[in-house]
Design a protein around this ligand. Sequence first.
Ligand SMILES: [Zn+2]
Length: 398
Amino acid sequence: MVAPTPVAASSFPIASDARLAGDAKQTRFVLDLDKPVQFRAFALADPYRVILDLPQVSFRLAADIGSAGRGLVKSFRYGLVMPGGSRIVFDLTGPAKVAKSYVLEAANGQPARLVLELEEVDRTSFVQSLAPANRPELRPAIADANANAAAAPATVRPAPPPDTRPVIVIDPGHGGVDNGTQAAGEIMEKNLVLGFGLALRDRIEKSGRYRVVMTRTDDTFIPLGERVRIARSHSAALFVSIHADALPSNEGNARGATIYTLSEKASDAEAERLADAENKSDAIGGVSLADEPTEVADILIDLAQRETRTFSNRFARVLMGEMKNTVRMHKHPLKSARFRVLKAPDVPSVLVELGYVSNKGDLEHLVSENWRNRTVGSMALAIDAFFAKRPATTAPTK
Ligand SMILES: [Zn+2]
């Protein structure tokens, strides 16, 4: 992925406060800004949400500001959704429409304000109001950003020799508006797994044997389908998604790392619960699931996927063999379930839960640089072992 051009944080509009008012029939959201901004607001169904897309904004809001809802708004969250774009996602208590939305200039000692007025509607009129023109356009926007960056060099250079090294895609889970699981002291999964993913990239790039592609290198939301597309478009030889799990306190105190592969039927109830939780990422980030193409799901039953599945399972076993030497593993360290992010039919894919942020011992590991170095080292050994045993001719081809 192309890194966004760094822009001084101070040049972004600053959101300094946000508040909700009203009741279950009409609810108003107000965002205080240091200058007026352009915006776009639209509703999504299943679950009911309202999405507010803004240019990139520096949010300087109280940490728990979105957790307490009011009226039609159950809760809201915010974050970067792509380079140059921020998003606020409102979870609704039921169907509602954006009755009015406007920006007020600063006046009478009040800052500039963005106002959304939501009104309760019935399900039928809600569904009718979901015009296709109002759908999110994440994918084209990301493509444009990459195209612009790629077009930047003005001089024509001779094409470099083709890079035939295997491509490894590292996928730090969550990001931006989707925080993932959360531990005490505001430690968020999205930050833990990004730090881990970048350290893993640095380690495996050192050998020069692989080309590494990250699905994200900063705090940006990436839809699950986009992560799969990144792997497929690079004809990746391996896809490794990095996560850190949490258990509700009434469900015991599981600990240790777990390696997941894709299967139609979950290997156990915990794997099923986790896949459901991870698959919610798109809903959390404000993606309309109705827009996701079904192509990949249909190919799932294709024979072509069998080979990929064999490779995924083989890598999972090799990885467990290496990791168990250095890392505390879950008592059942190999599991499988329907993870949407593992559905590339032609890319061997695994999802690693590094540990449980809900477990005190695991959390101490997860934030320890020493632990991270050891774990990254054992994953790099597993990758070497996997590719050493694998004839080059079986690399996925397009
Ligand atoms: Zn996760």
